[in-house]
Design a protein. Structure first.
Length: 215
């Protein structure tokens, strides 16, 4: 379940030494960006009420994720076929969809494993990729020999683009599976099942998003 949460919830970072057009030295460290993001998530999960979590995560998502870029990608060819009004409606609904997914399952992420550990970074055509590892406690019982629960290591690659002197996340790849690609496949398949009508997907997203999130 947690593995699915990670796939359905987050979305991509980049990492390297110095990228052009990033004047601030601290902002230019993609690994530090990922560490700071994790610290904010841990605080959000452990020190806020469920109602506060919705609001705080929306703020975090808007600050650190490339919402327009991810939304265009996951809608695939249907982004160009959608009307300007449908594009704007999808942007709002997609943000709500991610906020809902994260807010509902972030507690599992915090309680089931230790803090992510950055293991490296590399250049990427769009910016950089920061690799990290999360060690999750396996609910299957103690290790052989009775030395406590087994640990399941999960590799997470954060794909980042440089924007306005900092970074934005545009994909998260968990154990080799891209969140953005997975979401694109789900959304485009849903549209195709409805005869290629983007409005059908918008109606579905409206139904899946609580009214409390539509701000």
């Amino acid at each position: 379940m947690l593995r699915r949460f990670l796939l359905a919830s987050v979305a991509g970072l980049s990492a390297t030494a110095a990228l052009p057009n990033i004047p601030d030295a601290a902002a230019a460290d993609p690994s530090a960006f990922v560490d700071d993001l994790d610290a904010q998530l841990q605080h959000l999960i452990r020190d806020t009420s469920p109602d506060q979590r919705f609001v705080r995560f929306r703020q975090l998502f808007r600050a650190d994720f490339d919402i327009p870029g991810i939304a265009r990608f996951v809608l695939g060819p249907y982004w160009r076929l959608a009307s300007p009004a449908q594009q704007q409606e999808f942007l709002a609904l997609f943000e709500n969809y991610i906020v809902q997914t994260f807010s509902g399952r972030l507690s599992q992420y915090a309680e089931s494993g230790d803090a992510p550990r950055v293991t490296g970074s590399r250049l990427d055509p769009e910016g950089a990729v920061v690799s990290s590892q999360i060690n999750l406690a396996n609910g299957g019982g103690p290790r052989a020999g009775g030395h406590g629960p087994t640990v399941l290591p999960i590799k997470v690659d954060w794909h980042l683009t440089a924007q306005n002197g900092s970074y934005k996340i545009n994909d998260v790849v968990v154990d080799g599976i891209s969140m953005a690609v997975t979401q694109r496949s789900e959304f485009t398949s849903a549209i195709e099942r409805q005869g290629g009508q983007v409005q059908a997907l918008l109606a579905t997203l409206h139904q899946q998003t609580p009214s409390a999130l539509r701000q």
